[in-house]
Ligand binder design. Sequence first.
Ligand code: NAP
Ligand code: MG
Length: 493
Amino acid sequence: MAATIDYTTSKGYKVKLQTGLFINNEFVNGSETIETINPSTGKVIAQVQAANKEDVDAAVKAASDAFHGPWRQMSSSKRAALMFKLADLIDRENEALSQVETLDNGKGITFSRNFDVKQIAITLRYFAGYADKIHGKVIDTDGALSYTRHEPIGVCGAIIPWNFPLMMLGWKLGPALATGNTVVVKTSEMTPLSALKVCELVVEAGFPPGVINIITGYGAIAGDALARHQKVAKIAFTGSTAVGRHIMKAASESNLKKVTLELGGKSPNIIFDDADLDQAVRWAHKGIFFNHGQCCCAGSRIYVQESIKDEFLKKFKEYTSQTKLGNPHDDDTFQGPQVSQTQFDRIMGYIEEGKKQGATCYMGGNRWGDEGYFIEPTVFTDVKEDMTIVKEEIFGPVVTVSTFKDVDDVLKMALDTDYGLAAAVFTKDTARAIDVSNRLQAGTVWVNCYNELDYNTPFGGFRQSGIGRENGEYALDNYIQVKTVKINVSRKP
Ligand code: NAP
Ligand code: MG
C-alpha cells in the first residue's frame, strides 16, 4: 500500500492525499517518485509514486482482465448505475476535490468548486445515460438479415494534461466506460493529486477492480509506454501538438491503436464595431484569462475593428484591472499562479520576445509577488501578424490585440495559422455572424460569447489542433468498433 498524507492547506483545510498508483482498485508503490509542487509557493506538496514501463504493464493487465471479465459480463444498466454513483460521490466530495485541485494546479477555488468538479460529475452522468443506449442498425441485404453491433474496443489509454486535471479525466472516462471499455489514465506529473482522490470514490462506488486504473508518471516514460503498449487498443491524448505527433508515431510503430488527439490552438477572437462592446470586453477577458490563459481554446489573438480599437482597449484594461490576482484559495481570486516553473519561464520568455520584436506591452508583462508562478495579465498592441507572440501558443495570460478593416481583411489574418481549435465572432448582425462562422476553420466557433464549453457539444480541432471529437454523442464513435453480422435467410452459394 502506498502512503496517504494528511495535508493542511494555507487556509486550514485538512485533506487526505493519496500518493500511490491506482491499479486494480488499490494504491500501490511504483518504481520511483515524483515531487508534486504547490504553484502558489513553489514548495513541495508530496512525493507521489511514478510508473515505469513495468508498472504500466501491470495497469494494462488489470484493465485487460477486467475488460474480458466482470466488465464485459456486467449489464449496461449496471454499468450506468456505477457511473451515476461515482458522479454523486464526486458531488458529495466537491469541497475536498476542489481544495486538492486548487492546491496542486493553482486555479481559483471558486472555479474548482463551480466548474472543474461539477464538470467531471456532469460529464460522467451525461455519458452514463448512453450506456444502455449503444446499439447498431438493421440493414436490409438481399436474402440475408444484416445488423451491426457497436462493440467496445478494449483497454483504452488516456494521457491527460495539467490545465483541467479533473475535467479532462471526466472527458476520457465518460465515453470510454459508457461504451464498455476499461481504462488506464496517465495524469500529468504536474497535477496528479485530484485524480488520485477520485480513485478513493471509484472504490466506494463499487467498480470492479481494473476497470479504472490511474497512474502518475513522466510523459517520456509512462506516457510513452502506454502509447506503445501492444494491449492498449486506443489512446486518447490531450496536450501539446509536439507530443500529439509523438503519440501517433508510437501508435503506428506498435499495434496501430486508434488515436484521438486534442491539441493546442491560437484562436482568433473577432470583434466587429456593431458588437455590444461591454459584453464583448467581458467575454474577451474570459476568452484569454480564464484558467490563467492555460486553455487550449484560449482566445489569444483578439482582432478589433479599427474604429473601436481605442474604446475596446480602454474598457478591456479597466475590466482586467478589476479582477483579482492572488492566492487561489481565496474565494474571490480570479487568477492564480501558472502551473509550474517551466510554464512560468516559457511565458515570460514569450513576453520578452514580444517586446524585443517591437510590440507594445499595453498592460502587465511582469511577474507578480515574490513566490510562486504568478504573471500579470498581459496585453500586447502594435503587433505584426508574423511576430512570435501572434504565431505561437503561449498558454498563459498573454493576449495580442490587432485591428482590421473588414471581413475579408480579418479572415485573412484569422486563418493564417496551422491551428484550428476555436474562434469567436462578436457582432449584432446575424447574417454576418453566420457568414464569418462558416468561413472560419475551427472545431468550435462561439458567437457573442467565449470559452463556453458544454459536456454535450462536440469539441476538437480542425487542422493541427487535433483528430476526433470529445464530448457530446460524437465522442462515443471514438470508443466503439462496428461489427456487421449477416444471417443468411434465402441465399444460395
Ligand atoms: P505535454 O508535454 O503535451 O503534456 C501533456 C501530457 O502528455 C502529460 O500527461 C505529459 O506527461 C504527457 N507526455 C509528455 N511527453 C510524452 C511522451 N513522449 N509520450 C507520451 N506522453 C507524454 O504538455 P506540457 O509540456 O505539459 O505543456 C506544454 C505545452 O503544451 C503548453 O504550453 C501548451 O501549449 C500545450 N498544452 C496544451 C494542452 C491542451 O489542453 N491542448 C494542455 C496542456 C498543454 P507529463 O507532463 O507528466 O510529462
Ligand atoms: Mg510535459
